[in-house]
Design a protein around this ligand. Structure first.
Ligand SMILES: [Zn+2]
Length: 281
């Protein structure tokens, strides 16, 4: 599943390659990807639109046109292909044909991805509408503070792992990166979030930014599941500290694997103790 660093990598590549282009036509092969308009309305509304920027909020890509804003979520297997050479495959559900003859194709074998088109250029209004309204703060948002997290903590008895995976609190943190953040913070993934003190919350925020910054710099991790252009390498998988690892890079004990919130969770039981165990011999 593409996570924030992968979506950010896709955003940066697409921005470089297609901003400034104008849509000549839209070919919709599978209309259910488009959630708030019919395929005919969607195509008619985008014809003649010029792409002025590409933004991101959490794991959502935001295509900003001169007369509309398109919000796209890749979900499990969605990817954007930049190719006009080959015939359309059955997995290429929405094709954006530009006036220069190039194409952007949305490819999704699982068909779980979504697109919402808004007939406005007011990004703030789109961010306040469904589906973006439910996405929590961006990890790099200055409003993400221990005080912000505390508001949610008081209502939460959950393990910290599922707390960090909750997209309504922080938008864009997924399974791989939460394991890495917890390892760097030396916090057990099953620790109850209500038991964490302010220092721990500060560490979580700081390490979230450290891990995501590094992952973005390396082009993300899960390269197979997103964009098939040769510009993307997904080299962060070579730098994972605990997720899918067998030996802790810090103490060299074996890494443990458990399930939390249905997700495979890697941690070091020596470096990441539960709060009630901490300080005991
Ligand atoms: Zn360890």
């Amino acid at each position: 599943m593409p996570e924030l660093p992968e979506v950010e990598t896709v955003r940066a590549i697409l921005k470089k390659r297609i901003v400034g282009k104008t849509i000549k036509d839209i070919i919709v092969q599978y209309g259910k990807i488009i959630k708030n308009q019919s395929p005919e309305e969607f195509a008619a509304n985008l014809r003649g639109a010029r792409l002025t920027d590409i933004s991101r909020h959490g794991k959502y890509l935001i295509f900003i046109f001169d007369k509309a804003i398109l919000v796209s979520h890749l979900r499990m297997e969605g990817k954007y292909l930049l190719s006009a050479a080959n015939p359309y495959s059955k997995h290429e559900h929405v094709v954006f044909v530009f006036t220069d003859g190039s194409e952007l194709r949305y490819h999704d074998t699982r068909k779980f991805g979504t697109m919402h088109l808004f007939m406005t250029t007011d990004l703030a209004a789109v961010l306040a509408s469904k589906p973006l309204a439910k996405v929590g703060l961006e990890p790099f948002d200055e409003h993400l503070t221990p005080e912000y997290l505390s508001q949610w903590v008081t209502k939460s008895n959950r393990p910290v792992k599922s707390f960090l995976l909750d997209q309504t609190i922080i938008g864009g943190l997924g399974n791989i990166y939460v394991d890495e953040v917890l390892f760097l913070s030396r916090i057990h993934p099953a620790a109850r979030v209500a038991d964490l003190d302010k220092t721990s919350l500060e560490k979580l925020i700081e390490n979230t930014r450290v891990v995501l910054t590094k992952a973005i710099a390396y082009g993300g991790t899960t390269v197979k599941s997103f964009l098939a252009t040769d510009e993307v390498s997904g080299r962060f998988q070579n730098y994972l500290l605990v997720h899918t690892r067998t030996e802790c890079p810090s103490c060299h004990h074996p890494v443990s694997k458990i399930r939390i919130a249905g997700r495979g969770t890697y941690y070091c039981e020596y470096c990441q103790k539960l709060p009630e165990d901490a300080g005991q011999p």
